[in-house]
Ligand binder design. Structure first.
Ligand SMILES: Nc1ncnc2c1ncn2[C@@H]1O[C@H](COP(=O)(O)OP(=O)(O)OP(=O)(O)O)[C@@H](O)[C@H]1O
Length: 248
C-alpha cells in the first residue's frame, strides 16, 4: 500500500529581493513520520517551514499540506496544523491555564472541549500546582513542554516544531521527545528543525539543507552509511561545511 503523503513539496522557492533563501526544494513527508529538517544557521529552514505553515507566501513552486493547496487554501491548512517556535510561543504574562484557554480558543476548540483538554493537559504534564502561575515564572523546559502540548491541543494532522528544545539539558530534551512520541501515537506527523544531533537520531528521515537547497534526504542510518561515518554529527559536518552562505 502506498504511504499517505501529508506534505508534498515541489520546487518551492522563496526570494527576498535578489536573495534566494529557499531554492526550489522538493520532498514529501508521510503520515506518522518524524521528519527532521536540519541545516546550518541561515540554510533556509525557518523560511521553508513558515511557507508550509501558510505564514509566508512562496515566490514559486507548489506544495500541499494536509491535502490543501499552499496558495489557495492557507486558512484550511492552519486548522490542520500546530506550530511551535522557539521565539514565539506562549504568553509569559498569562498563567498556564490562561495560555491553554487562549490557544485552545485560537485553534477553534469549543468551551466544553477546551475545559476537558485544559484539565487533561495540566494533569498529564503534572502542572496542577502551577496552573495559576504566570508562564514567565516556569523553567524553560516546562515552558517548552507546555508550548508543545498547546500546539497539539486541537489534534492537528501535522505539528511543525522550530528548534523546540533550544537551551535545555539533555534529560529535559529527552522528556520533550517523549511528548513527541506520544503525539505520533495519536496520529500526528512531526516536522522538526533542530541543531542537536542526538535529536536527529530520533527522526525517521532527515532532510539536510545547505544554502537553500536540500543536500541530502534519508534515514539517519542510511545517511551515516552513505557518508561512511558513525554519527549524525559527522554527516552534518560533511554537508554543512560545503555551505557558502554566512549565517546572521
Ligand atoms: N524577511 C527576510 N528578509 C531578508 N532575508 C531573510 C528574511 N528572512 C530570512 N532571510 C534570510 O534567508 C536566509 C535563511 O534564513 P532562515 O531563517 O530560513 O534560516 P534557518 O536555516 O532557519 O537558520 P537558523 O538555524 O539560524 O534559524 C538567511 O540568510 C536569512 O538572513
Amino acid at each position: 500500500m502506498e504511504k499517505e503523503k501529508v506534505i508534498s513539496v515541489s520546487g518551492l522557492t522563496k526570494k527576498f529581493g535578489d536573495f534566494t533563501a529557499v531554492n526550489g526544494i522538493t520532498f514529501d513527508v508521510y503520515k506518522g513520520e518524524i521528519f527532521g529538517f536540519l541545516g546550518a544557521n541561515g540554510a533556509g529552514k525557518t523560511t521553508a517551514m513558515r511557507m508550509l505553515c501558510g505564514l509566508l507566501s512562496p515566490t514559486s513552486g507548489d506544495a500541499t499540506v494536509a491535502g490543501f493547496d499552499l496558495y489557495k487554501q492557507t486558512e484550511k491548512i492552519k486548522t490542520k496544523i500546530g506550530y511551535m517556535s522557539q521565539k514565539f510561543s506562549l504568553y509569559e504574562d498569562l498563567t498556564v491555564k490562561e495560555n491553554i484557554t487562549f490557544y485552545g480558543g485560537i485553534y477553534g476548540l469549543g468551551n466544553r472541549e477546551l475545559k476537558f483538554q485544559s484539565k487533561r493537559l495540566i494533569e498529564s504534564l503534572g502542572l496542577q500546582s502551577e496552573a495559576n502561575q504566570l508562564v514567565g515564572s516556569l523553567p524553560l523546559g516546562w515552558k517548552q513542554k507546555l508550548a508543545f502540548s498547546v500546539a497539539v491541543i486541537h489534534k492537528p494532522s501535522i505539528v511543525f516544531l522550530d528548534e523546540p528544545t533550544g537551551g535545555v539539558d539533555p534529560i529535559t530534551r529527552r522528556q520533550f521527545w517523549d511528548l513527541i512520541y506520544e503525539a505520533v501515537k495519536n496520529d500526528i506527523t512531526v516536522f522538526v528543525t533542530t541543531h542537536y544531533m542526538d535529536e536527529a537520531e530520533y527522526c525517521n528521515r532527515i532532510s539536510m539543507m545547505v544554502d537553500g537547497d536540500i543536500a541530502a534526504l534519508d534515514s539517519p542510518s542510511n545517511l551515516k552509511q552513505g557518508h561512511g561515518v558513525d554519527s549524525m554529527d559527522e554527516v552534518f559536518y560533511n554537508l554543512a561545511r560545503t555551505a557558502k552562505r554566512k549565517s546572521d
